[in-house]
Design a protein around this ligand. Structure first.
Ligand SMILES: NC(=O)c1ccc[n+]([C@@H]2O[C@H](COP(=O)([O-])OP(=O)(O)OC[C@H]3O[C@@H](n4cnc5c(N)ncnc54)[C@H](O)[C@@H]3O)[C@@H](O)[C@H]2O)c1
Ligand SMILES: [Fe+2]
Length: 385
């Protein structure tokens, strides 16, 4: 079966190896004539980025490069990108990179049409209705990691350095017009980034699947996404040029983000403050928390996890599922405790307060109050499941 297809679920996705060749056409189809090319400094130096820029020029839609995006982007990155967008008279964005560059590109395109600061659009209540939707600039998204699924998402994550809070900015119009998912672009990812981003995709699938609300569409997508991770993540980490494994991980990332409109939970609620305070990698941080959160939630999710385990070809039991997660983490080099991320208990009170206030906390299958967040955090420090 060729791993190539066109999806609209709901974002238009051009999926398959080599499809970066269609970038110019996709930009034109999005009615963009003068794109700002948003990426990060590491990626800007890679030949594949230069090649993508050259393709745009050859297609008659030359782009200007903006690469002042750091991993875990901050407000200053968005402000600088917005200034570049306006100064260059751009009419759209090509967002090229991991979640950091994709989110930054989406946020720049969103902010370009607004007069209010981006913080007014934090994903709380109906804040998004304040936006002038008609003036959001179009985005073509090109992921180079397989994890966040930001290429099909309606949100961007940005850290507010004044408060050290990682905030989710949401608007339905922030969804890219088109995503080009070309697994060849992920071949050069270092194993630790492959592992971390892949576990982010798994965390999205599992937190969506375990969420308590009724959303069978999301459940189905999440279950198959988790199965693809089981088939492919360790392979992709071990053998970076295994294009089949890379393709399945890229699909799992899209599926995780499609599913998590249902819910996220305590993994993300705890990982957001840790990422904001310690600048750890988002997916790797999720991977450390994941088994502790599953065990904490056990009584609410045991039946569902049993069903999922059976679907994934495991013994249909919670224990078998947990053992699989622990074995996968060990195989791909995820630390078992927070010490492996150089995170200690020095800011535990703040982390607990931030976790319960995180917009993802209410999606956890059991209530995530301060006591619960503290318990999970302590266990993740000590390694006692
Ligand atoms: N919008 C969403 O829905 C959503 C969901 C989850 C996470 N996020 C956010 O996304 C960010 C994390 O994104 P990420 O995990 O993709 O990592 P990232 O974008 O921060 O990239 C991590 C590192 O990998 C490098 N890299 C990326 N692709 C590469 C490639 N193909 N070859 C070599 N190096 C490469 C980058 O330059 C960077 O140094 C966080 O800010 C997180 O909060 C957003
Ligand atoms: Fe995530």
């Amino acid at each position: 079966m060729p791993l190539r297809a066109d999806w609209s679920y709901p974002t238009q996705v051009r999926f398959g190896a080599g499809r970066i060749a269609e970038l110019g056409e996709a930009v034109r189809a999005a009615a963009v004539a003068k794109p700002l090319f948003v990426t990060d400094a590491t990626l800007a130096a890679l030949p594949m980025t230069e090649a993508a820029m050259a393709r745009l020029a050859a297609s008659g839609v030359p782009a200007r490069l903006f690469a002042e995006v750091r991993p875990n982007p901050v407000e200053a990155n968005i402000a600088a990108g917005l200034a570049a967008f306006r100064a260059g008279g751009h009419d759209g964005v090509v967002a090229f990179g991991g979640g950091s560059a994709l989110d930054a590109g989406k946020l720049i395109a969103f902010a370009a049409g607004q007069t209010r600061p981006i913080w007014d659009f934090e994903d709380v209540g109906d804040n998004w209705r304040r936006a002038d939707a008609a003036r959001i600039a179009p985005v073509v998204a090109v992921p180079t990691t397989a994890g966040t699924g930001s290429e099909v998402g309606r949100a961007g994550v940005v850290t507010d350095l004044a408060t050290h809070v990682k905030k989710v900015i949401f608007h339905p119009g922030m969804m890219p017009k088109t995503a080009i998912c070309d697994p060849e672009l992920t071949v050069g990812m270092p194993p630790v980034i492959t592992a971390g981003t892949g576990m982010d995709a798994l965390a999205h699938c599992l937190e969506a699947y375990c969420g308590a609300s009724y959303h069978p569409l999301a459940d189905g997508i999440a279950a198959e996404g988790a199965r693809l991770v089981k088939e492919s993540l360790a392979r992709a980490v071990r053998q970076g040029d295994d294009l089949e494994a890379r393709a399945h991980m890229m699909a799992a990332a899209v599926m995780g983000a499609t599913a998590f409109q249902k819910a996220l939970g305590a993994v993300h609620a705890l990982s957001h403050p840790v990422g904001a305070l310690y600048d750890t990698h988002h997916g790797l941080t999720n991977a450390v928390f994941l088994p502790y959160v599953l065990v904490f939630n056990r009584r609410a999710i045991e039946d569902r996890i049993r069903r999922l385990a059976a679907y994934m070809g495991l013994r249909p039991s919670f224990r078998a599922f947990l053992d699989w997660i622990l074995a996968l983490r060990a195989e791909i080099g995820v630390p078992h405790t927070l010490a492996g991320l150089h995170v200690g208990d020095d800011q535990i009170d703040l982390i607990v307060a931030m976790a319960v206030a995180d917009p993802t906390a209410p999606g956890n299958p059991l209530p995530l109050d301060r006591r619960a967040a503290r318990t999970i955090f302590r266990r993740t420090l000590t390694g006692r499941l």
